[in-house]
Design a protein around this ligand. Structure first.
Ligand code: NDP
Ligand SMILES: O=C(O)C1=N[C@H](C(=O)O)C[C@H](O)C1
Length: 269
């Protein structure tokens, strides 16, 4: 496969910087563009310098219009409002987009589905291989134990994370609910307080930890009287997500219009 050029939006963010490093290290990927917000103090800084790699001749700019000819696939790890605007731009310019942003509401998800009729879009709340395998394992766990156990999903992230529960935790809930024929909107419990009463068997409950520099930890708990199964994934470096985004970008560059996820990229479905 030929090398592709990626554009990275949110380039100076936690994921943005890691994505720049991953792109610079990948033999089939070139960093074509790096974009930040209009008021960013880092505009004009070289993307290679930003990550301690040395000058690569790609400076941070504040508009995709300035670099439209410089990349083949856009990578977006920003926030939901920004992502929707980026998808619209990508549709107008026919640039496939890899989206790692989380926290979309149902209306925004619907719009992404509509845009995907005219554009290849890869949307995944977690681009690590381990978490996408975990989604598969959850189907089996839910099939075997889900109907009679109490199901809890626990996630932990760094103090700066803005959305809760994490996109990954919500996807874990969706996978389990779908496998059990339940509607997550009807059976989800988001935290407990006070006299919360005995547990209702058919609920799927979420707990959230926000502390320090936790990169990302997710556990699904299937608990019966006498035994419990816990399936846990721990990310220790953002590079696992960034490498997933590189793999996804290469894969997406050869796809037709449509909405894909990381399981498509990894051949897990
Ligand atoms: N799918 C996955 O595998 C993963 C997903 N994520 C998700 O990625 C997203 C970003 O996370 P993280 O990197 O930690 O967050 P950061 O806040 O560190 O980075 C986001 C960056 O995007 C910039 N930004 C926001 N809006 C725009 C815009 N319109 N144009 C250009 N730049 C913009 C921000 O600028 P400013 O600070 O000025 O707002 C910031 O620099 C979150 O939704 C998170 O949940 C994170 C890790 C893995
Ligand atoms: O914000 C983060 O950092 C992460 N967000 C993703 C999510 O919301 O699931 C994935 C990862 O755990 C890191």
């Amino acid at each position: 496969m030929d090398a592709i050029r990626v554009g990275i939006v949110g380039a100076s963010g936690r994921m943005g910087r890691t994505l720049i490093e991953a792109a610079l290290a990948h033999h089939q990927i070139r960093l074509g563009a790096a974009v930040e917000r209009p008021n960013s103090k880092l505009l004009g800084v070289d993307a290679g310098d930003l990550v301690g790699h040395g000058n690569i001749g790609v400076t941070l700019v504040d508009s995709l219009d300035l670099v439209a000819e410089d990349f083949d696939v856009l990578i977006d790890f920003t926030n939901p409002e920004s992502s929707i605007e980026l998808i619209q731009w990508c549709c107008e310019h026919q640039k496939p987009i890899v989206i790692g942003t989380t926290g979309f509401n149902s209306h925004q998800k619907e719009r992404i589905g509509e845009y995907a009729q005219d554009l290849p879009i890869m949307l995944a709340p977690n681009m690590s291989v381990g978490v996408n395998l975990l989604f598969k394992l959850l189907e089996t766990a839910a099939e075997v134990m889900g109907s009679y156990t109490d199901i809890e999903i626990i996630e932990g992230h760094h103090r700066y994370k803005k959305d809760a529960p994490s996109g990954t935790a919500l996807k874990m809930g969706e996978v389990i609910a779908d496998t059990l024929g339940r509607d997550l909107e009807q059976c989800a419990i988001y935290g407990r307080e006070g006299i919360s009463g005995e547990r209702e068997r058919d609920t799927i409950a979420f707990s959230t930890i926000r502390a320090g520099d936790i990169v990302g930890e997710h556990t699904a708990l299937f608990a019966d009287i006498g035994e419990r199964l816990e399936i846990t994934h721990k990310a220790s470096s953002r590079m696992t997500f960034a490498n997933g985004a590189m793999r996804a970008s290469l894969w997406l560059s050869a796809q037709p219009n449509g909405l894909f996820d990381m399981q498509n990229v990894l051949g897990l479905k």
